[in-house]
Design a protein around this ligand. Structure first.
Ligand code: NDP
Length: 298
C-alpha cells in the first residue's frame, strides 16, 4: 500500500515535538522537515494556509505529520485571528489537500480543549469546553480534522517539555539558578509529557502503518497521549528541583496569586487507556520520562 521508502513531511520541524519527530521518524522513510522560514528549505506559513499547497506539491509526501501550532497560550488572547488561522484554518486546508492526494494526516492537540471540571482523567470522547483562545482554536482544528475526507490520527497531549524550545523545564532550570525563591502554582493538576515520548509513540503507530500492514483507516480517530500519573505545576517543579538542585526555595501558590491573561483548566489529566487498548502502547509515568529527559540534558 505504501512505498518501501515513504516520504514523511513534518510541519513545525523546529518545535519541541517536531524536532524530536525528525530523528524518531527517520528510520521509517525519507523525512522532510518544513519550517515557516522560506530561506531554510521546505516551508509553509500556516498563518497563510494557501502556502501549504505548493509545499505538498513540491515534497509529494506519502504522509504528513503536523507538529506546527500557535502555542503561545497567553498571547493568543490578543491574537485570536492569527491563532485561529494557524491552529484551525490551516488544519482544514491540510486536511483538504491530504484528502485530495489520498495521504494520511497526523495532528496534535491539547488538554486545554477541556474545561477542567472533571473528577477523573479525561477520555477522548468526553465533552470539551476550552477556557481560552488557544484551546478554542485547537478545538476548532480538531473539528476541521474530523470533518469527512482524509485519513487522520489526532494525538492530544499535555504540558509538553523537552531539551529545547520554550518550556517549563528549561524555564525552571534557569530560575533555580537566578532566583532565591520561585513561586509555582499548586492548584492546576495535569501531566507533564516529554516531547520525545510523543515522537516515539507517533513513530510506533506510523511504523506499523507504513511497514507493518496496519490500515490507518481502521484506527483513525483521537488518542490521548500524555505521561502517566498526574501532578501540579508545583509538583513538577519540585521533581525538577530534587534533581537539578540549586539554592532557591520553592513555594506553592494558588493560581489566583499568579494571574495570567488566559484561563487554564484546573484539572486536565488525560486518560491514555485507548492507546493501550488499540495499539498495546503503555505510557511511562511522567517521573520516569522526566528522569530520562534530565539524563539526556546532562
Ligand atoms: P512548539 O511551540 O515548540 O512548536 C510549534 C512549531 O510550530 C514551531 O516549530 C513553530 O515555528 C511552528 N509554527 C508556529 N507558527 C507557525 C506558522 N505560522 N507556520 C508554520 N509553522 C509555525 O510546540 P510543541 O512542539 O510543544 O507542540 C506540538 C503540538 O503539541 C502542537 O499541536 C501543540 O498545540 C500541542 N501541545 C503542546 C503543548 C505544550 O505544552 N507545548 C501542550 C499540549 C499540546 P517557530 O519555531 O518558527 O515559531
Amino acid at each position: 500500500m505504501y512505498p518501501e521508502r515513504p516520504v514523511i513531511l513534518i510541519l513545525g520541524a523546529g518545535g519541541q515535538v517536531g524536532w524530536e519527530l525528525l530523528r524518531t521518524l527517520a528510520p521509517l522513510g525519507r523525512v522532510v522537515g518544513a519550517t515557516r522560514q522560506p530561506q531554510a528549505g521546505p516551508w509553509a506559513d500556516l498563518a497563510r494556509p494557501e502556502t501549504l499547497a505548493p509545499l505538498l506539491a513540491e515534497v509529494r509526501p506519502t504522509l504528513v505529520v503536523n507538529a506546527a501550532a500557535y502555542t503561545a497560550v497567553d498571547r493568543a488572547e490578543q491574537e485570536r485571528e492569527r491563532a485561529a488561522a494557524i491552529n484551525a484554518e490551516a488544519v482544514g486546508e491540510l486536511k483538504r489537500l491530504a484528502a485530495c492526494a489520498g495521504i494520511p494526516l497526523v495532528h496534535y492537540s491539547t488538554d486545554f480543549v477541556f474545561a477542567g471540571d472533571a473528577d477523573r482523567p479525561y477520555r477522548e470522547d468526553d465533552p470539551t469546553g476550552p477556557l481560552g483562545v488557544y484551546g478554542a482554536t485547537k478545538w476548532a482544528g480538531e473539528q476541521a480534522l474530523a470533518a469527512s475526507g482524509a485519513t487522520w490520527l489526532l494525538f492530544r497531549t499535555s504540558w509538553v517539555y523537552g531539551v529545547r524550545g520554550s518550556n517549563f523545564l528549561l524555564t525552571m532550570r534557569r530560575l533555580f539558578r537566578e532566583r532565591e525563591e520561585v513561586r509555582v502554582v499548586d492548584d492546576q493538576i495535569g501531566t507533564p509529557t516529554w516531547s520525545r515520548l510523543i515522537a516515539e509513540v507517533t513513530a510506533q503507530v506510523l511504523g506499523r502503518a507504513l511497514h507493518g500492514g496496519l490500515d490507518l483507516r481502521e484506527v483513525q480517530g483521537v488518542y490521548h497521549l500524555s505521561g502517566g500519573g498526574s501532578t501540579s505545576w508545583y509538583g513538577f517543579a519540585r521533581a525538577l528541583h530534587e534533581r537539578l538542585g540549586g539554592p532557591c526555595r520553592l513555594l506553592p501558590i494558588p493560581c489566583r496569586d499568579y494571574p495570567l491573561p488566559a484561563r487554564r483548566p484546573a484539572y486536565s489529566v488525560l486518560d491514555n487507556g485507548k492507546l493501550g487498548r488499540v495499539f498495546g502502547i503503555r505510557l511511562p509515568h511522567w517521573r520516569e520520562s522526566l528522569q530520562q529527559c534530565l539524563d539526556d540534558l546532562g
